[in-house]
Every structure is written in structure tokens, then in C-alpha cells.
Design a binder for this molecule. Structure first.
Ligand SMILES: Cc1cc2nc3c(=O)[nH]c(=O)nc-3n(C[C@H](O)[C@H](O)[C@H](O)COP(=O)(O)OP(=O)(O)OC[C@H]3O[C@@H](n4cnc5c(N)ncnc54)[C@H](O)[C@@H]3O)c2cc1C
Ligand SMILES: Cc1cc2nc3c(=O)[nH]c(=O)nc-3n(C[C@H](O)[C@H](O)[C@H](O)COP(=O)(O)O)c2cc1C
Length: 595
């Protein structure tokens, strides 16, 4: 029980005792609280209030930290905390973003789960700790035993880089590894499970006394956690999948509405929705036919038996390749060209990005059995979509803005797995979903704080949620949207809604960049440059700045445009401009949701 709740319980303590207890506990860190909790329960068990502090050996706490952008690491850390607790250990579970770095030197047992994002960068919530460990302020950690689980994707150049950095930095500060670094690829579940078992075995001889309790700092770990998760999603009903782009647009962007029914799933503006999908039956048919395989053959997937066809539709990833699959295919086919590609990391990366299983099947002949195929393919993974609605407005619905990923190869159409599923789903179709909270993309607490939102393309989705939320709350603070897409007439997503917000004053400014409506291309970063002076004024007035959408180019170009604004209108040197944006980021005034 949290002590701050004491007064609301039928407490056996006097008001004076409650006050004293409150005062003491308000000064304690989470680790100290865990220790006090162990001490008090040991004291109570001995039936007297007279047990000396030294008589109750301190409960040594395992600190479990996660740095996680899209929830995988958070899930693993939560599982580890539950297992540790079940084994009777005192656990301090926290997001790295909520963790006080100065506490590090007091730690004796630290288990860290961290993913890598951007191009080898730390996830938002791990940025500060990552930086701190490399700084001169980092303490000597000779008393610390630790282990790091790194999550990543081997198709990226800097595979598991942040996990590697954490491992190296902790060890460089004198900490001793309980288990060597474990690097996990996209199908991380099994390796993560094994790591959990190994580290808990590893901490056993290091633990002194324990008392089972989990202290979690911040709201992201368990408070408000839904019963529906990535592993146990809610089966929702699709209400609408409506094309937002015009008939002549060269892209198909959908407005998707999903009914969360009686699930009581709740989300906040800024969160994402995880969507499980099934592969297209036509795609599966194409693969089976070209490989001369019988779709009715029984196969085993995750200890369950089903037909090969059903396994390919529901259980296996067909639209995303990974290096191991290309390597396996190269060996099976013996194709000299493909064998050469898999020897080179960068060539493999490019190949993975630009091909699908169906391309491998079409281009490189193999003799493969159903069992071999199933073993070579990865399990299907859900995709995340920034939520485009606020529950203050849509209640038990959730809205998304989904761009259909489509391409053509040798005359054959290729689609993205989840976006095709959502684009083609009929009204009433079942969709398995869960909410992925994003505490690093939140409206300012103070409603008077101005907000600047940069969201070209589908990046506009969370800003629709922001605006709905602000309108519902009657927020009067200034807001400014930068939106862009190829053509005004075809691609102005949610045009009438923005116009209405401008008209009723909820949206203060909108700047539009329709890149292909004139001879030279204009992007949101160009609009930012044009409006630099005004934008600088907003920043000086304390505005929070948000970027959502394409990570590969847009977010970088917008970042550069912001640096230029700081130089040109803020009178900063280029180093100072860097430091300025970094400070904004640390102060949570510069937040990104990019993919
Ligand atoms: C936090 C977060 C929020 C997101 N929010 C949104 C959102 O609001 N709206 C939205 O539409 N998407 C969003 N995405 C992206 C989304 O999760 C999927 O990655 C996207 O829909 C593609 O998935 P798919 O299954 O259709 O394609 P996949 O099956 O994953 O990919 C199929 C093939 O297309 C390639 N490919 C994938 N994406 C692209 C692309 N954009 N352009 C060209 N080729 C591509 C792949 O390399 C692969 O070869 C978000 C991602 C994250 C991490
Ligand atoms: C935009 C984006 C960039 C990524 N960049 C990298 C990378 O540079 N290196 C890497 O190993 N993995 C990269 N990944 C893969 C993630 O690390 C991987 O999906 C991980 O499981 C995510 O864990 P999380 O949900 O805890 O953040 C990237 C993923 C995304 C969505």
C-alpha cells in the first residue's frame, strides 16, 4: 500500500503517526521504500516494534530498467519483474526515463532491457541515462552487478547499438556482468525469456535477504496497464476504412475507425495502437503455387498444428524479409548472385528493404519442404499506428491514419502486410489490437503552453488526436500545425477538420507544404525556414514542439531546419543551436514520434 493512500484507509494509526510516516516516506527513493517495506514486514512478523534495524537484514533490491520506444522492452522488463517478484525478490522496476541517474551509484543489482532506434540511437526514455553513463559525471560502479538485454533488428546497420553501449559503459565503470550481453533480433521473445531465466539464476548467489515487492516508478510500468496486451490483444470490430486521398492521388491513405466495444481499453493522445493482421490469401496462394507446395499439408507452429496455408496467412511474416531468411534462401537456391549479396551486410540490408518473400520465390528457384519454409519464416508481428483520435471525443472508438504500402515488381503488385489488411478490411471485420502508450509524446501539462506540431503525411495522425483533446478540454493556448503532402487537391488529409479548427479558433495557425503543386518542391522544413522568426518567438514563449511521421528523411530535415532557425533568429552558433534543441528534448519540449 502506498503511504500517501494511508489517510484514505481505515488506518490503525493516529493522525500524528500518519503525518510522521508521510513525512519520512516522502524523503525516500523507490529503492529505500522497498527496503523499508521489507524491514517493516520483517519487524511485524517478529511481532514487536522493537526489532533493531540491524536485526532485519536489508532487502537487496534488483533494479530493472527499461529503455523502450515501441513497448517491446517494456513488456520484457515487466515480465522479468513479475518473475523476480514470484521468486521473492524485492524489485524496483522503472523506465530509464523516470529513473534518477544519481541513484545509480547506490545500486548493487541492475538488469537493463534497452532497444535501439533511429540509426543506432537510444530510445527517448533512455537518452539521458545513456548520455550520463558516457559523461564525466558517471560514478564508479565497482559494487554493481548487471546484465543488459539489447533489443534490435539485424536489418539495421547499427544492430542493438544502444544495448552494446550500455553494456560497454557499465563495464567500463567497473560493474561486473552477471550474464554477457544478449542481443535480440526482431523475434526476440525466446532469447528474452532465456535471458530472464539466466539472470535470475545469476542474481541468486548475489542476493542477501529479500522481501517480495515491486516498486515501479512512474506511470508507464504498470499503473493503468490494460488486461489487453501485445500478447493478449482485444478482438475489436473495424467500423470504417475510408480512403482520405483523392481519386487521382498516387497514394492511398485511409482513415480507419475501430470500435473498442466493452474492452474498457483506454488511451491518451500521443499513444499508438498495436494492430495484428493476417496476410493476404492471394499472396499466400501465389507463394504456394510457385513453390509447388500443398497448402493443406499439416505443419506445427508454436506447438500448434494447422495447415500450411493457414500458417502462412496467420502466423508467419511474409511481407518483411530479414537477413537470416535471405541467407537461408541463398543457400537453398545456390544462386551465385544472392550468395554474393548475403556476404555483404549493406547489400543484404538494401535487399531486405526492397524485397519480399514473394520476390525471392519468383526470382530464385529452390526446392523447399513445408517444414523448411515454416522454420525459415519469422512469426508475424503486429504493427503500430499513431492514434488519430481522443477518447474525450470518440469514447470507445479509436481512429488511425494508415498509408497503404504498395509497390510494383516486374509487373506484380506488392503490399505491406498490415496496411493492406486495414485498407481491405470490410466493415465489421475483426481486428486484434492493443494500446501502446507513448509517454514521450504528450501534450503539455499546462494548457496555456503553445504547441507547434509538424506532421506531414500520416504524421498528422496524433495531431488530430491532440486537437480533439484540446478542443474537448476547452484549451485556449496557441497551436500551430505544419502539414505537407504532394498535392493540395488530392492529399490534404482531414482538410475540413483543420479548416473548422482554424475557424473556431482552436487551431491558431496552419502552414501547408504541398510539394508537387509547383515547379520546385516545397516541404514542411521549407515552411519552417520561411516562418523562422515567428517560430522562434513561439519557442521563446515556451512552446512545445512535436514532430511525427517519416524518420528516414523528414524528421532529419525538420531537425536541421530548426537548428537553422536557432542560428538565424536565435543568434546561436551551430554548437549552441545543437545544445538548445538537446535541452528542449531533455525538458520534454521537443518530442518525436517517427517511424
Ligand atoms: C510508433 C509508430 C507509429 C506509426 N504510425 C503510423 C501511422 O500513423 N500511419 C501509418 O501509415 N504508419 C504508421 N507507422 C508505420 C506502420 O507501423 C507500418 O510500418 C506501416 O504501415 C507498414 O507496415 P506494413 O505491414 O503495411 O508493411 P510491411 O509488411 O512492414 O512492409 C512491406 C514492405 O514494404 C517496405 N516498407 C514498409 N514501410 C514502407 C514505407 N513507408 N514506404 C516504402 N516501403 C515500405 C518494407 O521494407 C517491406 O519490404 C508507425 C510506426 C511506428 C513504429
Ligand atoms: C524507426 C525505427 C528505427 C530502428 N532502428 C534500429 C537500429 O538502428 N538498430 C537496431 O538494432 N534496431 C532498430 N530498430 C528496431 C527496434 O530496436 C526493435 O523493433 C525493438 O524490438 C524495439 O523495442 P522497443 O519496442 O522496446 O523500443 C528500429 C525500429 C524502428 C521502428
Amino acid at each position: 500500500m502506498l503511504l500517501k493512500e494511508l489517510s484514505s484507509f481505515a488506518s490503525p494509526l493516529s493522525q500524528g503517526q500518519v503525518e510522521k510516516l508521510k513525512q519520512l516516506t516522502s524523503e525516500l527513493s523507490a529503492v529505500q521504500l522497498a527496503w523499508v517495506s521489507g524491514y517493516l514486514s520483517a519487524t511485524a512478523e517478529q511481532g514487536t516494534g522493537q526489532v533493531g534495524v540491524e536485526a532485519a537484514a536489508p532487502a537487496q533490491t534488483i533494479t530493472i530498467l527499461y529503455g523502450s520506444q515501441t513497448g517491446n522492452g517494456r513488456g520484457v522488463a515487466n515480465e522479468l519483474a513479475a518473475k523476480a517478484k514470484a521468486q521473492g525478490y524485492a524489485v524496483n522496476l522503472a523506465s530509464m526515463g523516470e529513473y534518477k541517474v544519481r541513484q545509480l551509484k547506490q545500486e548493487t543489482l541492475l538488469l537493463a532491457v534497452v532497444s535501439t532506434h533511429g540509426e543506432g540511437e537510444a530510445p527517448d526514455d533512455a537518452l539521458e541515462l545513456h548520455k550520463f553513463l558516457a559523461s564525466k559525471r558517471a560514478p564508479n560502479l565497482e559494487n554493481l552487478h548487471y546484465s543488459v538485454l539489447a533489443l534490435g533488428d539485424s536489418s539495421y546497420e547499427f544492430f542493438c547499438q544502444t544495448g552494446k553501449d550500455f553494456d560497454e559503459r557499465l563495464s567500463g565503470l567497473g560493474a561486473k556482468a552477471i550474464q554477457p550481453l544478449v542481443e535480440c533480433d526482431v523475434d526476440y521473445e525466446e532469447a528474452a525469456e532465456q535471458w530472464q531465466l539466466d539472470v535470475l539464476k545469476g542474481v541468486k548467489p548475489l542476493i542477501q535477504t529479500s522481501s517480495a515487492s515491486v516498486v515501479s516508478i512512474g506511470s508507464s510500468a504498470s499503473v493503468g496497464e490494460s488486461q489487453f496486451t501485445k500478447q493478449k490483444p482485444y478482438t475489436a470490430e473495424l467500423l470504417v476504412s475510408q480512403k482520405l486521398t483523392g481519386r487521382d492521388s498516387d497514394r492511398d491513405v485511409r482513415h480507419v475507425e475501430i470500435d473498442l466495444g466493452e474492452s474498457e481499453l483506454s488511451y491518451q493522445a500521443g499513444d499508438a495502437l498495436g494492430v495484428w493482421f493476417s496476410n493476404s490469401a492471394e499472396l499466400v496462394e501465389e507463394v504456394l503455387t510457385k513453390l509447388s507446395l500443398d497448402g493443406d499439408t499439416e505443419v506445427t507452429v508454436a506447438k500448434g498444428s494447422l495447415s500450411l496455408k493457414q500458417a502462412l496467412i496467420e502466423k508467419k511474416e511474409l511481407t518483411q524479409l530479414y537477413p537470416g531468411l535471405v541467407k537461408g534462401w541463398a543457400e537453398l537456391s545456390g544462386d551465385a548472385e544472392l550468395l554474393k549479396i548475403v556476404e555483404d551486410k549493406e547489400l543484404t540490408r538494401q535487399f531486405v528493404l526492397n524485397h519480399q518473400l514473394a520476390d525471392l520465390v519468383a526470382q530464385y528457384q529452390v526446392n523447399i519442404t513445408p517444414v523448411q519454409l515454416i522454420e525459415l519464416l519469422r512469426p508475424i508481428t503486429p504493427r503500430l499506428y499513431s492514434i488519430a483520435s481522443s477518447q474525450s471525443e470518440v469514447e470507445s472508438e479509436v481512429h488511425l491514419t494508415v498509408a497503404l504500402v504498395e509497390d510494383e515488381r516486374d509487373g506484380a503488385a506488392r503490399f505491406g502486410g498490415a496496411s493492406q489488411f486495414l485498407a481491405q478490411a470490410a466493415e465489421g471485420a475483426e481486428v486484434k489490437v492493443y494500446v501502446e502508450p507513448n509517454n514521450h509524446f504528450r501534450l503539455p501539462e499546462n494548457p496555456d503552453t503553445p504547441v507547434i506540431m509538424v506532421g506531414p503525411g500520416t504524421g498528422v495522425a496524433p495531431f488530430r488526436a491532440f486537437m480533439q483533446e484540446r478542443a474537448a478540454q476547452g484549451v485556449e493556448g496557441d497551436s500551430w500545425l505544419f502539414f505537407g503532402n504532394p498535392h493540395f487537391e488530392q492529399d490534404f488529409l482531414y482538410q475540413t477538420e483543420w479548416q473548422q479548427y482554424i475557424k473556431d479558433g482552436s487551431l491558431t495557425r496552419i502552414d501547408l507544404a504541398f510539394s508537387r503543386d509547383q515547379a520546385h518542391k516545397i516541404y514542411v522544413q521549407d515552411r519552417i525556414a520561411e516562418q523562422g522568426q515567428e517560430l522562434w518567438k513561439w519557442l521563446e514563449a515556451g512552446a512545445h514542439l512535436y514532430i511525427c511521421g517519416d524518420a528516414e528523411r523528414m524528421a532529419k530535415d525538420v531537425h536541421q531546419a530548426l537548428l537553422d532557425v536557432a542560428v538565424k533568429f536565435g543568434g546561436k552558433t551551430s554548437d549552441e543551436a545543437d545544445a538548445f534543441l538537446e535541452q528542449l528534448r531533455t525538458d520534454k519540449r521537443y518530442q518525436k514520434d517517427v517511424y
